[in-house]
Write a protein that binds this ligand. Structure first.
Ligand code: AMP
Length: 612
C-alpha cells in the first residue's frame, strides 16, 4: 500500500474522533443546560409508556404524567415494597406488572435483602442508556489527557456467575450483563475501547484463568498501555497482588511464548496465542522489576507510559487510596462514573481532580431523579437503625434535580424506564456544585453500611444478628459478650472484617481457641451472600478475625468518645469504627486473636431457587 492513503485515512479517523468527542461534549452541555426540562420529559415518557402497568394503575395514577400528580399519588419505596411484584416476574408472570416493555433480565445488586442480592428488573433498551453513559467518559477525559486514542487501556474486567429465575430470566450482575451483551462483545473498533484484554479473557467464567490471561496480555503489550484500571479500587489492587504472586509463571510464558497449561479454556488460549510471542527481553525486564524487594511504583515501572489509574475510589473504596498511591507512584486516580444496577447515574466532568473532590454530574436523560433531604447524625456514636417507611410529610420533602441546594445532603430516589418508581437507591449524596443547571454530587455513603471490603455491604443489623448467632458458642463456658465493635481491615490484601470482643467470664473453664474459631465461622455463615461470594468465589475478602480485648476496653472507648464531644447520655457503643486513633486504642488492648478456619458456605445462584 502506498503511504499517502494510509496517512489520509488516519487523518480522517482522527478528524472523526474529534467530531465525535465534540458531539458528546455538546450533548452534556445541552442536557445539563436544560436539566429540568429534560427531567420533565423523561418522567412524561416513562409514565405515558407505562400508563397501563398494574403497579401504576393500582396506585391510581390513571395515565397522568405530570410531576405533581406523580408525587402526590405514588409512594416512595424500598425494595421490600415491590418484593411481591419482583417475585411474580421472577416466577414467570409476563403480564405488565411494573413495566410495559418485557423485563429482559434481572440485575443482581450488591445491596441485599434478607441476605440475598436484590433483583433489579431491566429492559433491553437500558443497554443503550448504559452505553451512552460509557460513551461520554473518554470525550471528557480527552479534554484533560489528549492522545489516549494512540494506545491501549489495561483494564481488569470480570464476569461473575449467573443463574436463571424459575421463570427463565437471567439473573446476574450488571457488568456481567454488559460484558456479555453485543454492545460490548461486538463493539466496532474504537480507539477508546481498545483494551489489552481480549474479550475472551474477560468473558472467561474461571476467575483465575481470566485474571492470569488478562495480566499476561497486559504485560505483553506493556509499552502500548496509556491507562490502567478496574471498576473498583479493590479489584485493581487484587490484580497487582495476583502479579506479586504469579510473576514467575507469567515471565516464563513470555520467555517461551507458550501459555501456562493451567489455562485450559480453549477460547482464552486462542485469543492469548494471538498476542503472546517469545520475548526473552521482556521476560528479563518483568523478572528484574518484580524481583526487587520494593513494589513502590510497580505500575509505572512495568507500564511506563501509563498516565492514570482509572478506578472508583469514592465511598468505601477511599480506604484503598494509600495502597494505590504506593503502587502507582502517585499517578492520578481517576473516578469516571457513578452507576448501579438500578440505573447508571452520572459522570465526573473533572476526572483529574483529587479523589476527595470528586463529584458526579447526574445525566438527566438516564432516569427521573428525586432527592430526599438527609440530616445525618455526626460524631462518633451510632446506633442500629432499621429501614423505615417515610411519613406523609417526609414524602413531600423530596425535591427535583434542578431544585437541590448547594452543600445539602440527599438520599437518591429514582424512577427508571425499567419499572422502578420513586425507588430509594440507598446512597447519600452531597451537592458540590453545578454544571450549567445540573447539580454535581459528591458521594457521601451508602446508608446503613457498616463494613465493606469489596462489593460487600454489611449493615449493623446483619452484623448484630451474626454476632448473636455466634455467641451461642460461648454459652457452655458461662461466658457472655459484654461489648463489641468492628472494622474493615484493609492493611493487608485481601482485606478482612475484624471484630473486637470484650467478654464477661462468669465461669472458670477456659475457652479453647476452636470455640472462637467456630464463632468466626458462624458470623461468616450468617452474613449475606455477597460477603460469602467474596470469601468463596472471588477470594476478595480474607478470613474474618475476632480480637479479644482486655476487660475495661470499651469503657476506655467511651471515655475517648466523650473527650471528643460525644454526649454521655446519648453514648452508644459504635458497632463499627473507622477513626484511626480508636482502632489503635482497641488494638493496644488485644489479648488474643482468632481467624475463621475455613470459608463459609456459598452456592452460585439465588438461595430461593437453590443452586443451578
Ligand atoms: P450495584 O447495584 O451492586 O452495582 O452497586 C451500586 C452501588 O455501588 C451504588 O448504589 C453505590 O453505593 C456504589 N457505587 C457505584 N458507583 C460508585 C462511585 N463512583 N462512588 C462510590 N460508590 C459507588
Amino acid at each position: 500500500m502506498p503511504e499517502a492513503p494510509k496517512i489520509a485515512t488516519l487523518e480522517v479517523s482522527d478528524q472523526s474522533l474529534v467530531e465525535k468527542n465534540k458531539s458528546k461534549l455538546q450533548f452534556i452541555e445541552e442536557v445539563t443546560s436544560n436539566a429540568d426540562d429534560v427531567q420533565r420529559r423523561v418522567l412524561e415518557e416513562i409514565l405515558s409508556r407505562n400508563a397501563d402497568v398494574e403497579y401504576l394503575k393500582r396506585h391510581g395514577l390513571e395515565g397522568r404524567t405530570d410531576r405533581d400528580t406523580f408525587k402526590h399519588v405514588m409512594p416512595v419505596i424500598t425494595y421490600e415494597d415491590i418484593q411481591t411484584e419482583i417475585n411474580r416476574i421472577a416466577n414467570g408472570d409476563k403480564s405488565q406488572i411494573l413495566c410495559s416493555n418485557p423485563i429482559s433480565e434481572f440485575l443482581t445488586s450488591s445491596g441485599t435483602s434478607g441476605g440475598e442480592r436484590k433483583l433489579m428488573p431491566t429492559i433491553e433498551e437500558e443497554l443503550d442508556r448504559r452505553s451512552l453513559l460509557y460513551s461520554l467518559l473518554m470525550p471528557v477525559m480527552d479534554q484533560f489527557v489528549p492522545g489516549l486514542d494512540k494506545g491501549k487501556g489495561m483494564y481488569f474486567l470480570f464476569i461473575k456467575s449467573e443463574s436463571k429465575t424459575p421463570g427463565g430470566l437471567p439473573a446476574r450482575p450488571v457488568l456481567t450483563s454488559y460484558y456479555k451483551s453485543s454492545h460490548f462483545k461486538n463493539r466496532p473498533y474504537d480507539p477508546y475501547t481498545n483494551y489489552t484484554s481480549p474479550n475472551q479473557t474477560i468473558l472467561c467464567p474461571d476467575s483465575y484463568q481470566s485474571m492470569y490471561s488478562q495480566m499476561l496480555c497486559g504485560l505483553c503489550q506493556h509499552k502500548e498501555v496509556l491507562r490502567v484500571g478496574a471498576v473498583f479500587a479493590s479489584g485493581f489492587i487484587r490484580a497487582i497482588k495476583f502479579l506479586e504472586k504469579h510473576w514467575p509463571e507469567l515471565a516464563r510464558d513470555i520467555r517461551s511464548g507458550t501459555l501456562n497449561s493451567e489455562i485450559t479454556d480453549p477460547s482464552v488460549r486462542e485469543a492469548v496465542g494471538e498476542i503472546l510471542k517469545p520475548d526473552p527481553k521482556l521476560a528479563d525486564f518483568v523478572e528484574s522489576e518484580c524481583r526487587k524487594s520494593s513494589w513502590h511504583g510497580i505500575i509505572t515501572r512495568l507500564w511506563p507510559n501509563t498516565k492514570y489509574v482509572d478506578v472508583i475510589v469514592t465511598g468505601t473504596m477511599s480506604q484503598y487510596i494509600p495502597t494505590l498511591d504506593y503502587y502507582s507512584n502517585g499517578l492520578p486516580l481517576v473516578c469516571t462514573m457513578y452507576a448501579s444496577s438500578e440505573c447508571y447515574f452520572g459522570v465526573n466532568l473533572r476526572p483529574l481532580c483529587k479523589p476527595s473532590e470528586v463529584s458526579y454530574t447526574l445525566i438527566p436523560t438516564m432516569a427521573y431523579f428525586e432527592f430526599l433531604p438527609v440530616h445525618r447524625n455526626s460524631g462518633v456514636t451510632s446506633s442500629i437503625s432499621l429501614p423505615k417507611a417515610l411519613t406523609e410529610k417526609e414524602q413531600q420533602e423530596l425535591v427535583d434535580l434542578a431544585d437541590v441546594k448547594l452543600g445539602q445532603e440527599y438520599e437518591l430516589v429514582v424512577t427508571t424506564y425499567a419499572g422502578l418508581y420513586r425507588y430509594r437507591v440507598g446512597d447519600v449524596l452531597r451537592v458540590a456544585g453545578f454544571k450549567n443547571n445540573a447539580p454535581q454530587f459528591s458521594f457521601i455513603c451508602r446508608k446503613n453500611v457498616a463494613l465493606s471490603i469489596d462489593a460487600d455491604k454489611t449493615d449493623e443489623v446483619e452484623l448484630q444478628n451474626a454476632v448473636k448467632n455466634a455467641v451461642t458458642h460461648l454459652v457452655p463456658f458461662d461466658a457472655t459478650l459484654s461489648e463489641y465493635t468492628s472494622y474493615a481491615d484493609t492493611s493487608s490484601i485481601p482485606g478482612h472484617y475484624v471484630l473486637f470482643w470484650e467478654l464477661c467470664m462468669n465461669g472458670n473453664t477456659p475457652i479453647p481457641p476452636s470455640v472462637f474459631e467456630d464463632c468466626c465461622l458462624t458470623i461468616e455463615e450468617s452474613l449475606n451472600s455477597v460477603y460469602r461470594q467474596g470469601r468463596v468465589s472471588d477470594r476478595s475478602i480474607g478470613p474474618l478475625e475476632i480480637k479479644i480485648v482486655e476487660s475495661g476496653t470499651f469503657d476506655k472507648l467511651m471515655d475517648y468518645a466523650i473527650s471528643l464531644g460525644a454526649s454521655i447520655n446519648q453514648y452508644k457503643t459504635p458497632r463499627c469504627v473507622k477513626f484511626a486513633p480508636i482502632i489503635e486504642l482497641l488494638n493496644n488492648r488485644v489479648v488474643d486473636s482468632y481467624f475463621s478456619p475455613k470459608c463459609p458456605k456459598w452456592i452460585p445462584g439465588h438461595k430461593q431457587w437453590g443452586s443451578n
